[in-house]
Unconditional design. Structure first.
Length: 314
């Protein structure tokens, strides 16, 4: 018997929402999370997931402490609106196992499924590298009869990344980079971001390719002495990230970092280009290539993607 094509989709994950829309599934997408904001049309959708913490009013330190405490106590960071999900009656739910901080993961979703009167198909989108992001796009395309569109997007993305890699492969030296995914406390980058850095012609020895982002002592960053410091706090757009990033200059030894001395501290819109494992990681790699090698790579994307942050006058 042929598989029924899903007609009612709910996404608990911003990157999955972006993938669905990239495949032309906006009309079937009925419910999203409170963090789903791209493309703009999704802001009109039913919100079925909310944060359990008032993060809009919390500092990064407070968020880190509260998140750690809730996870330690076995509490979820998200609240799923079960009544609304029941009303929407999805036949496909998009979620993940990757990061309990990013979206509802295994336990909450499994508990919800056990209580729903009908049992929707669930796609667990849990990539740890760029190839797996493309695999997730392919899986979503296969589940929604959008396989041709998915393969076209994958081919285009690989071609764009290939052009960057070909240009940076010939460089005599890779630039030393530190990508900071959180500022207080300091976290390195993880999962697909170190791979993006490599393609863009840099190297981040503190990053954890294919693994979780973790706390790193600031002294380790000072010892690494990056030529370029890229601030990309998870969950932050450019304006919010800029407000947080200024505190970096007060960290011990920050003014002596090569990146600070040469004026190469950059703040980015992490939500759009780095934090979410969706189609826009290709643009994020293009952005990194421009930041690291502006003489080789132009940036034709939005002006709100990044800005250079100068240290305050002593």
């Amino acid at each position: 018997m042929p598989m029924t094509v899903p007609r009612r989709i709910v996404s608990f994950l911003p990157s999955a929402t972006e993938m669905a829309c990239a495949l032309g599934l906006e009309d079937q997408l009925l419910g999203v999370s409170h963090e789903c904001d791209y493309p703009p049309v999704v802001k009109t959708k039913n919100v079925v997931v909310h944060s359990a913490l008032p993060i809009e009013t919390m500092s990064q330190r407070e968020i880190d402490v509260a998140v750690s405490a809730r996870l330690r106590d076995g509490k979820s960071l998200y609240e799923i609106d079960e009544a609304k999900v029941r009303t929407l009656a999805p036949d496909l739910i998009l979620t993940q196992h990757l990061c309990e901080v990013c979206a509802p993961s295994g336990n909450e979703v499994s508990q919800l499924l056990a209580r729903l009167p009908s049992k929707p198909q669930v796609l667990w989108l849990t990539p740890k590298c760029i190839a797996e992001i493309f695999d997730n796009l392919r899986e979503l395309g296969a589940a929604t009869s959008r396989a041709v569109a998915a393969e076209a997007l994958i081919a285009e993305g690989r071609a764009r990344l290939g052009r960057i890699a070909a240009a940076t492969r010939a460089l005599p030296k890779r630039r030393r980079v530190f990508c900071m995914e959180w500022l207080d406390p300091v976290y390195c980058c993880g999962h697909w971001v170190p791979e993006m850095v490599k393609i863009a012609g840099g190297i981040d020895e503190l990053g954890r390719e294919g693994s979780d982002s973790v706390r790193v002592p600031w002294e380790q960053v000072v010892r690494w002495a990056p030529d370029v410091l890229v601030v990309m706090p998870c969950g932050y757009d450019l304006e919010k990230a800029t407000g947080e990033a200024r505190k970096i200059f007060s960290y011990p030894g920050a003014v002596d970092l090569p990146a600070v001395r040469s004026g190469e501290v950059y703040v980015t819109d992490a939500n759009s280009y780095f934090a979410r494992p969706g189609p826009r990681v290709v643009e994020g790699t293009e952005l990194l290539a421009h930041i690291l090698h502006p003489d080789l790579f132009a940036w034709d994307g939005p002006a709100t993607a990044f800005r250079k942050l100068a240290a305050p006058a002593s």
